[in-house]
Design a protein around this ligand. Structure first.
Ligand SMILES: [Fe+2]
Ligand SMILES: [Fe+2]
Length: 273
């Protein structure tokens, strides 16, 4: 059957890939050749223009994929679908991550900025005033909400599910998360009884824990995971992370604002990501 749609290229690029597949089922076959499983992906929230970037194809693969899809969307016409801006980037090797793991590395960037603030934060713990206690509460909330409920939960509930969770490296990461949760509980209890020293002790331990934890994830775990995830899984991960981001709305930005506020207050330069 001849497809009824014949939109400008830019309109196709901004449509959900699943809508395009529904209209042009042969597109799924082309995507399947590159192990891009949009048909089997339950989410299907990605725009066509994002699909190539998310799945980390080489320039050659991308050009061939786009030519194949152009042949389906515009049969018998000489239409070229433009390459993404990422075309000249090599596939995931060496120093870079796949797009979903890069998201997690970027989140580590904000946690590392908080970790860099902790020594000054400890120096200035003001347990005696309500304003001081409020700032301590906000610091603990950053750990509990941004670092744990937002970031660690993405790892545990989504990313780690793609691997054998009985592997030591994953068990160690989960144990670190539990360790951080225990320290949050201790800090909240200490805040209740206005115990400055205990809060300082756990903040210092959290700083040491997360410094090592993030290093292990950035330098070892994520790289190994990237080498073992299929192209299709990378796409599914990206979609699942995007859905999780949607649930949190503007909250991550509020936590970044809190970190910026502390960096200005303590005149701390933003640490590199
Ligand atoms: Fe982690
Ligand atoms: Fe992490």
């Amino acid at each position: 059957m001849t497809p009824q749609l014949d939109l400008p290229v830019a309109e196709y690029l901004n449509r959900d890939i699943k809508a395009i597949i529904t209209e042009f089922p042969a597109v799924a076959d082309i995507l399947g050749r590159y192990d891009i499983g949009c048909v089997s992906c339950g989410l299907g929230t990605c725009l066509f223009k994002d699909v190539v970037a998310i799945h980390d194809l080489s320039a050659e693969e991308e050009a061939a994929l786009m030519a194949g899809i152009a042949g389906i969307l515009y049969p018998g016409r000489d239409v070229v679908i433009p390459a993404t801006a990422r075309q000249d980037r090599p596939k995931t090797v060496g120093t870079r991550y796949s797009p979903p793991l890069q998201k997690l590395v970027d989140e580590h960037g904000l946690i590392k900025r908080w970790v860099a603030i902790i020594p000054e934060f400890i120096e200035n713990l003001d347990i005696a005033t309500e304003a001081g206690r409020q700032e301590i509460r906000q610091g603990i909330d950053f750990i509990r909400s941004f670092a744990d409920k937002y970031h660690h939960a993405k790892e545990e509930a989504i990313l780690f599910k793609y691997f054998d969770e009985s592997l030591d490296i994953i068990k160690i990461m989960c144990a670190d998360h539990e360790n951080a949760r225990a320290r949050v509980r201790e800090m909240l209890a200490a805040l209740e009884r206005q115990d400055r020293e205990t809060i300082a002790t756990h903040l210092k331990a959290y700083r040491d824990l997360l410094t090592e934890h993030i290093k292990k994830e950035d330098e070892v775990l994520y790289r190994w995971m990237d080498r073992n995830l299929s192209t299709s899984q990378v796409g599914k991960l990206f979609a699942a992370f995007s859905e999780k981001d949607g649930e949190f709305g503007g909250a991550p930005k509020n936590y970044e604002d809190f970190i910026i506020h502390l960096e200005k207050k303590y005149k701390i330069m933003e640490v590199s990501k």
